[in-house]
Structure formats: structure tokens, C-alpha cells
Design a protein around this ligand. Structure first.
Ligand code: IDP
Ligand code: MG
Length: 149
């Protein structure tokens, strides 16, 4: 089963949107497989955003992610990588569609509330960066037949 890594960034946690974000993923029908509130080390933030290390916003992004706690999650389901990106919305909250998390709650690209892996391979790298194997729980919600034909 496909898995993705989702992180509620410090602005989402500080603004009291943890429950709202989790609610949207649950309501969609994805399965929560890992969940933790944590402070992010400089090293972890730099590894996570390694692909952006040459970008002008890199230092600000790392400072932001390490500034206050985040909620790290793993969600599971058919097509969850692309599906989670749809629920999250476009990178810039001003152009993100209403109905998406960034579109409904954000204003600024540097405060866009949430991260979601952009591809299946990225998801697998990010999940192993943020979670140990024993922190992830494999389970089958009993509502599965009501979500899938
Ligand atoms: P994504 O989060 O939608 O995948 P990426 O392009 O991978 O977007 O960028 C990673 C994160 O870096 C964004 O979510 C945002 O927090 C930050 N970021 C991207 N572009 C900018 C920018 O132009 N200014 C400030 N921060 C940016
Ligand atoms: Mg990205």
C-alpha cells in the first residue's frame, strides 16, 4: 500500500490547525500510520530540504522549520502521494484553490502550513528520514469496504 510523509509546519501548529488538518486527511479516507509532535533539529531540517539547498529561501526555510514544533505524519492509501498533494494545494497559498489546506488557511509562500511528499520515491526517503520502522503501525480500518469497491 502506498504511503506518504506529511508534516504540519510550525505555523500550522501555532495557529491551532492540527486537528483541522488531520480531520481532512481522515475524512478523505486515508489511513494514519504514524504521528508525532516534535522539535526539528537543524540537521534533520537540512536533510529534509536538501533538494532546495542552493535556493535563496533555504536558510529562512530551515530557520522556520526549526523555530517551533511540527507534527510529522505518515498516511497510507491508494494514490495517497498525489492525493495528499491535492488536499494540501499549490505551494503558494495565494494561488492554491479554495478547498485545499493552503488555499483555505494560508496567505504567504513562506507560511504555507504543511508539507507533503511530491513523489513515491521522495515519500519513501522522507518517511525513513522522519520515522523509525517501529514508530509506524500497519493496521486495517474496518471501514475499508465502505471506501473501496
Ligand atoms: P512544496 O512544499 O509545495 O513541495 P517546494 O517547491 O518543494 O514546495 O518548496 C518547499 C518549501 O519551501 C515550500 O513549501 C515553502 O515553504 C518554501 N518555499 C518555496 N518557495 C519559496 C519562496 O519563493 N519563498 C519562500 N519560501 C519558499
Ligand atoms: Mg516539495
Amino acid at each position: 500500500m502506498e504511503r506518504t510523509f506529511v508534516m504540519i509546519k510550525p505555523d500550522g501548529v501555532q495557529r491551532g490547525l492540527v486537528g483541522e488538518v488531520i480531520r481532512r486527511f481522515e475524512a478523505k479516507g486515508f489511513t494514519l500510520t504514524g504521528l508525532k509532535l516534535m522539535s526539528v533539529s537543524q540537521e534533520l531540517a537540512e536533510q529534509h530540504y536538501d533538494v532546495h539547498k542552493e535556493k535563496p529561501f533555504f536558510k529562512g526555510l530551515v530557520d522556520f522549520i526549526t523555530s517551533s514544533p511540527v507534527v510529522a505524519m505518515v498516511w497510507e492509501g491508494d494514490g495517497v502521494v498525489a492525493g495528499a498533494r491535492k488536499v494540501i494545494g499549490a505551494t503558494n497559498p495565494l494561488t492554491a484553490e479554495p478547498g485545499t489546506i493552503r488555499g483555505d488557511f494560508g496567505l504567504n509562500i513562506g507560511r504555507n502550513l504543511i508539507h507533503g511528499s511530491d513523489a513515491v520515491e521522495t515519500a519513501s526517503r522522507e518517511i525513513s528520514l522522519w520515522f523509525s520502522e517501529k514508530e509506524l503501525v500497519t493496521w486495517k480500518p474496518t471501514m475499508m469496504p465502505w471506501l473501496h469497491e
